[in-house]
Design a protein around this ligand. Structure first.
Ligand code: ZN
Length: 111
């Protein structure tokens, strides 16, 4: 039974890997300034595993283009988390920010 499930999972992984890789040309002039010898000239769909939950994700060529050319992120940066985990991190940061603000206000009130 479990063997069967493994087999099915492997088939699914194969399927994911065989997604036709798309590549779109990069525009290095739009990337954040860098002194890299080889700035990426193409973006290609990338498979990665989420740092937090380990789920397998695809960082698409379009997402990379946006990340490097619109968001102007360093070209060494790369996707490390899946979308739900990214949202969780963002949320945690926001809570932290609010707590710090509240603490600042309390301190201001004390003085
Ligand atoms: Zn995740």
């Amino acid at each position: 039974m479990s063997r069967k499930r493994n087999k099915r999972r492997r088939a699914k992984e194969q399927e994911e890997f065989s997604i036709p890789r798309k590549s779109i040309p990069a525009d290095p002039s739009k990337q954040a300034p860098n002194n890299s010898y080889g700035p990426p000239l193409f973006y290609e769909d990338l498979v990665f595993w989420c740092r937090d939950c380990g789920s397998k994700e695809i960082w698409t060529a379009e997402q990379q283009q946006w990340y490097y050319e619109v968001a102007k992120q360093p070209i060494y940066g790369t996707a490390v988390r899946c979308t739900p985990c990214r949202a969780k991190v963002r949320e945690a940061k926001e809570v932290q920010r609010q707590q710090m603000e509240a603490a600042d206000k309390r301190r201001a009130g004390e003085s």
